[in-house]
Design a protein. Structure first.
Ligand SMILES: Nc1nc2c(ncn2[C@@H]2O[C@H](COP(=O)(O)OP(=O)(O)OP(=O)(O)O)[C@@H](O)[C@H]2O)c(=O)[nH]1
Ligand SMILES: [Mg+2]
Length: 357
């Protein structure tokens, strides 16, 4: 999974990035321009750790998340020529989720805290970046669609017109709903204003553990269900501690989990993702798939041969496997189920795919 951090200059993106990937990138408003920061982390998952102690495999592979921290977005960032280059908006196109960081702390020049307005500014630039792409494509597409009348082109033309209208009316593409075939037609454009957004309100450290009144209003106003409240600066400090000290520190501050954990859980939720596991003496590995996929599709995440030649899946819940102490015991107790092509994979399943190609 790839997650991109967006926000105004000085909202705390790089500070949060440092906390998330335990990095030490330079912070300070406007330092992010022309320089993107990238970092990959393992998705902490107790289930993988426990399965690994059970099987003692040669290799243990956690799911990973890649974070991208670009420059602050300001009026004009969405323009075609501004999108290019390191730290520009174009870097965001491959992201699965955007984490939108909003400044909730008083900055050095005491600029008032205005998360709603800041949200609007950034959303507008993301939409403008999309509009630039739409307009360039529409020029040629409308001619081609008119002259050839090919239904595929005509449909694409209509869809782009619909997106354009939404943006020109002050909206974002995320507001539009498409049937799956149309969704597919637009996928290649990787529109920024269509990506799921997780809001982070970066509050002053003194306010941690207290109720933040603006959150509900912000949630309503932005139409983003997921709002995480944290202090990026404190998170960065926590990330520099070892695990034991970090736990005690979190408790003192009245924060349950670190930002890293909360962000990953929220991102998985936003994208409707679940994990399943493969186990053995060679490797214990976590796989990430969309909720609702069938066993053959999940097998395809491992290797396309496994989907093509799928026969059946032997499966059980990972906690059952851990409780019973191993696959042999699970088999003897009749806990290992055999599932066919229609089986919908559940979060936490341990799966062994039988296939033939
Ligand atoms: N008090 C306080 N200051 C913070 C917090 N988070 C960030 N800052 C400060 O705000 C300034 C900007 O933080 P950065 O993380 O560099 O901001 P940014 O969003 O990456 O900025 P650009 O890269 O320019 O877009 C730095 O001086 C940070 O120390 C916070 O939670 N509390
Ligand atoms: Mg930065």
């Amino acid at each position: 999974m790839q997650i991109g951090l967006v926000g105004l200059p000085g909202s705390g993106k790089t500070t949060l990035f440092n906390a998330l990937v335990r990095a030490n990138a330079e912070t300070g408003a406007f330092t992010g321009k022309n320089k993107a920061n990238r970092g990959t982390i393992k998705v902490p998952d107790q289930r993988v750790t426990r399965l690994s102690s059970l099987f003692n495999p040669l290799k243990t592979t956690f799911a990973t998340v890649e974070y991208l921290d670009i420059g602050g977005i300001t009026a004009g960032s969405g323009k075609q020529e501004e999108q290019q280059g390191d730290g520009g908006l174009n870097d965001l196109r491959n992201m699965d989720v955007l984490v939108h960081v909003l400044r909730g702390f008083p900055d050095l020049s005491n600029t008032p805290v205005t998360p709603r307005e800041d949200f609007e500014t950034v959303e507008l630039e993301l939409a403008i970046a999309d509009l630039e792409i739409i307009e360039r494509r529409l020029g040629r597409l409308s001619k081609e669609a008119r002259s050839t009348k090919r239904p595929e082109l005509v449909r694409e033309w209509q869809l782009l017109e619909q997106c354009k209208e939404e943006i020109e009316g002050g909206g974002v593409i995320r507001n539009l709903e498409f049937v799956p075939e149309d969704e597919k037609r637009l996928r290649g454009y990787r529109f920024l204003s269509q990506k799921p957004v997780l809001l982070v309100l970066n509050i002053p450290e003194d306010n941690l553990g207290r109720e933040v009144q603006d959150v509900e209003a912000l949630r309503d106003y932005t139409d983003c269900k997921d709002v995480l409240v944290l202090s990026a600066r404190v998170e960065m400090e926590i990330a520099q501690l070892d695990e034991e000290d970090a736990g005690a520190f979190l408790e003192d501050l009245g924060i349950g989990e670190s930002a890293l954990d909360r962000m990953i859980i929220a991102s998985y939720g936003l994208l409707n993702l679940i994990s399943f596991f493969t186990v053995g003496e060679d490797e214990v590995k976590a796989w990430t798939v969309t909720r609702g996929v069938t066993a053959p599709k999940a097998a395809g995440a491992i290797h396309s041969d496994l989907e093509r030649g799928f026969i059946r899946a032997e499966t059980l819940e990972c906690q059952t496997l851990i409780d019973l102490g191993g696959l042999q015991a699970a088999k003897e107790q009749g806990a290992l189920r055999v599932e066919g092509k229609q089986y919908v994979v559940q979060d936490g399943d341990v799966i062994n795919v039988r296939f033939s190609v």
